[in-house]
Design a protein around this ligand. Structure first.
Ligand code: C2E
Ligand code: MG
Ligand code: MG
Length: 767
């Protein structure tokens, strides 16, 4: 620091040797007066500055007596004038412990001669917590000896409070993120508030799911009898302070509980507990009230506004915690339940099943396990749409629940598959069938869907613990086998498990495994059935039809293995094989010099829905080198109707590749004629069932004629399949249907035979 000159030399005349003694004296006097005045001015100026600083500044002698204190020290220690403090020590002002620790630090500074800078210290004033940042430097005399201490301290309570708030927020958010249970988290929150607001006790009330009541979330410092009283308060404008805060979404307060009206039971009880004022703050998240934060103080009047930030933060954190806990509860519910019907799902069933068996065993009861499969769900879903299908499932689920009541469990385990687990009296075989017949009849009662009455039938298979299985897996397997038997014997019936049933399930498993291996061993072959154009008498295309050359069973037809392949998902591999093989064969024939013809390939619903299906088609075309215009994919109407928009998208992607699309078995599905217009298909295949009855069934003949004329109007090609007689062919030609396929012309034949036929018969390229 540079030394500032005491005097402004410009103002004082210089002392020169030319003056008389008197002059010199007068001169010296006036110089001293100027010095004195200057010093006094400087002192006032310094003192004013020191007194205006909000920080505490003081000087003490070696024994801790105040030599100097600024205004802030005077004021904040409750004195009026500095002179009241001069000569006093910290022992006159603070508790013994506090004064001792101050004295220790100051003695160290004095003896070491080293400054003690920027130390943060917690101090208490009244009941309030205060934080100071203290600095002490040694006070030295003219010889540089340490004769006391000069101290400076700054009130950093506000900064500390903000820091503390941030730390608290971070800590509580971490607990939220770690998934601490809501009640413990709210308790932490309440304890945090209470630690910061000395005379306050807090409670968090959480709104019930229906938004009609507040239940007690946490109130660790309020007595049990009070907690009992405030638990489950109505959310309304006249149900006490928290009910009102939750109802109105605005903070509510009772400044003096001495004035609480008799209707405010809770507040009157709070008063008896020595509490004098109460404030209830709504807890919100994303605009919604989720509960209240209630603060009870032992002092009447409004709460200290310095705590506003803390209270606001606490309410926000409580909102986050409640919201998070609700989301978790919802996720956990969804993970264990079916969203559509609200029934437990497979996961939940599996988790509960063991308990169910254990408690039934304890009670000496059996447990019946039923597999319920709806017979005609697909029909409703395909013809009336998904919304009606959903309604059907919901109604059926409710009916089953109603039959089972609270004694058992109904779970949805698949699209239209349900499992019922029901404890029953031990060995009560007759009541077993009776119970589930009742379920079956109840499901079959008419239901109103889209303004129409429907009867939904079901196939039910039942297995019973312990006679049909001791483990959950065994019981479900056997109930499933019984359900399959119910389907086999014509659906709409109930089957109780018997030991020969697993044979069927076992057979299916064996066949699936054989199919899988058969694919690797080239056991599958394609046969081809020519399609004729009657007008020109030429072959216009062939349909590829799969067969399985089984080592033991001989030639197996698709009806014997395609349904199982669909059920097990193996159809994706089989379909891919068919597609590649058909494209390869078509290209080979072209390369052998046969005129190009269209190869029709059947696509099953499951295959069509495969994510990679479109790229599989593109790959098959690329691998074989077949021009896409010579590939036609046959899809069924019901496949399209399962998810019309999705199917249309898919069909567009396929036509985008340049391949043709045909609707197979047309007339047996439920596509509305208006929708037909929006399908990007080029051909309809009239189903065999219409053709078969020509000329006996006039109705079918009329339908056939109508389909042909509809196709013509929509600019679609049309082909009839299953043509077995000349009469049928003639009738179709007369209706305007030129393309035909059926035993009348040729049965499906193997590649070699087909090649010979193509060489001998004229071909017609179909566009
Ligand atoms: P589809 O696509 O309707 O095939 C026509 C079926 O009718 C073939 O039976 C064919 O042999 C038979 N058929 C043809 N003309 C006549 C006739 O004049 N009279 C009679 N009574 N029947 C005739 P197939 O080959 O047994 O195929 C049955 C079904 O299996 C096919 O019906 C098709 O839905 C499915 N399918 C065949 N191959 C495949 C394939 O590679 N993939 C898929 N996903 N399904 C296939
Ligand atoms: Mg077909
Ligand atoms: Mg067909």
């Amino acid at each position: 620091m540079t030394k500032r000159p005491l005097l402004n030399e410009g103002r004082i005349a210089p002392v020169t040797g030319a003056e008389t003694e008197t002059d010199r004296l007068a001169n010296a006097m006036s110089y001293l007066r100027a010095v004195e005045q200057e010093a006094a001015e400087r002192h006032n100026w310094l003192e004013a500055m020191i007194n205006h600083i909000p920080d505490y500044i003081y000087a003490k002698d070696a024994d801790g007596h105040f030599l100097f204190v600024n205004e802030a020290v005077v004021r904040d220690n409750g004195f009026d004038h500095a002179s009241e403090l001069i000569g006093k020590t910290d022992f006159d002002l603070h508790s013994f412990d506090a004064a001792t620790s101050i004295a220790e630090v100051e003695r160290r500074v004095m003896t070491s001669g080293l400054a003690d800078l920027g130390i943060e210290e917690r101090a208490l004033r009244g009941g309030d917590e205060r934080w100071l940042m203290m600095s002490r430097v040694p006070l030295r005399n003219g010889k540089g000896e340490s004769i006391g201490v000069v101290g400076m301290s700054r009130d950093i309570t506000a900064r500390k409070a903000a820091e503390h708030l941030l730390q608290t927020q971070a800590r509580l958010l971490e607990l939220v993120a770690k998934g601490m249970p809501l009640d413990r988290l709210l308790e932490e929150l309440v304890l945090m508030i209470e630690a910061r607001m000395g005379d306050t006790r807090a409670a968090v009330m959480v709104m019930t799911d229906d938004g009609r009541q507040l239940s007690l979330g946490a109130a660790p410092s309020l007595p049990a009898e009070y907690c009992q009283l405030v638990n489950l308060i109505e959310v309304s404008h006249d149900s006490g302070i928290s009910g009102r805060a939750a109802f109105s979404g605005e903070p509510q307060s009772a400044l003096d509980l001495m004035d609480a009206p008799p209707s405010e039971h809770c507040l009157r009880m709070a008063r008896r507990l020595g509490l004098r004022s109460c404030r209830s703050m709504p807890i919100r998240s994303q605009g919604k009230v989720l509960g209240t934060l209630d603060l009870y103080s032992e002092r009447p009047g409004a709460p200290d506004p310095r705590h506003n930030d803390l209270i606001g933060l606490a309410a926000d954190l409580a909102g986050i915690a409640i919201e998070r806990s609700r989301a978790e509860a919802r996720i956990s519910f969804l993970a264990r339940h079916d969203a559509l019907t609200g029934l437990p799902n497979r996961l939940h069933l599996d988790a509960e099943f063991e308990n169910l068996l254990a408690s039934a065993e304890k009670a000496g009861r059996d447990v019946a396990v039923a597999f319920v499969d709806l017979d005609n769900f697909k029909l409703v879903n395909d013809s009336l749409g998904h919304a009606a299908g959903d309604d059907l499932l919901k109604i059926t689920a409710a009916r089953m629940r109603e039959c089972v009541e609270d004694s058992g469990m109904v779970a949805r385990v698949g699209g239209d598959e349900f499992i019922i687990a029901l404890p029953i009296a031990r060995g009560a075989d007759s009541s077993l069938s009776e119970k589930f017949e009742h379920v079956r009849r109840r499901i079959a009662e008419p239901m109103l869907l889209e303004g129409m009455h429907f009867h939904v039938t079901s196939s039910i298979g039942v297995a019973c613990y312990p006679v049909h299985g001791m483990s959950v897996a065994q019981l479900l397997l056997n109930a499933d086998a019984a359900m399959y038997r119910a389907k086999e014997v014509g659906r709409d019936n109930l089957q109780i498990f018997s030991t020969e049933m697993p044979e069927t399930a076992h057979e299916k498993l064996k066949l699936t495994e054989q199919m899988r291996q058969g694919l690797g061993k080239d056991e599958f072959v394609l046969h081809f059935q020519p399609q004729w154009n009657q007008q020109s008498g030429a072959v216009s295309g062939v349909e590829a039809l799969i067969r399985w050359q089984h080592p033991q069973l001989g030639l197996v037809f698709p009806s014997d293995f395609i349904p199982l392949a669909e059920e097990t998902g193996l159809i994706a591999n089989i379909g891919d094989w068919v597609l590649n093989e058909a494209c390869r064969q078509a290209k080979t024939w072209q390369e052998q010099g046969l005129p190009p013809l269209v190869m029709s390939v059947n696509v099953s619903a499951r295959q069509f829905r495969e994510r990679a299906w479109v790229s599989q088609v593109a790959d098959a075309l690329a691998t074989s080198g077949l021009d896409p215009q010579y590939l036609e994919l046959e899809v069924t109407e019901s496949l399209i109707m399962q998810d019309m928009n999705g199917a249309i998208d898919r069909m567009r992607q396929l036509t985008g590749l340049g391949v043709k699309l045909a609707i197979d078995d047309f007339g047996t599905g439920y596509s509305s004629l208006s929708a037909l217009n929006s399908f990007p298909v080029s051909r309809l295949k009239i189903d065999r069932s219409f053709v078969a009855d020509i000329p006996e069934d006039a109705g079918n003949m009329a339908i056939t004629a109508a389909i042909v004329s509809l196709a013509q109007k929509l600019g679609l090609n049309v082909i009839a399949e299953g043509v077995e007689t000349a009469t049928q062919a003639a009738f179709l030609l007369q209706c305007g249907c030129e393309d035909m396929q059926g035993y009348y012309f040729s049965r499906p034949i193997d590649a070699e035979q087909c090649e010979a036929l193509l060489r001998s018969a004229p071909l017609l390229g179909r566009q």
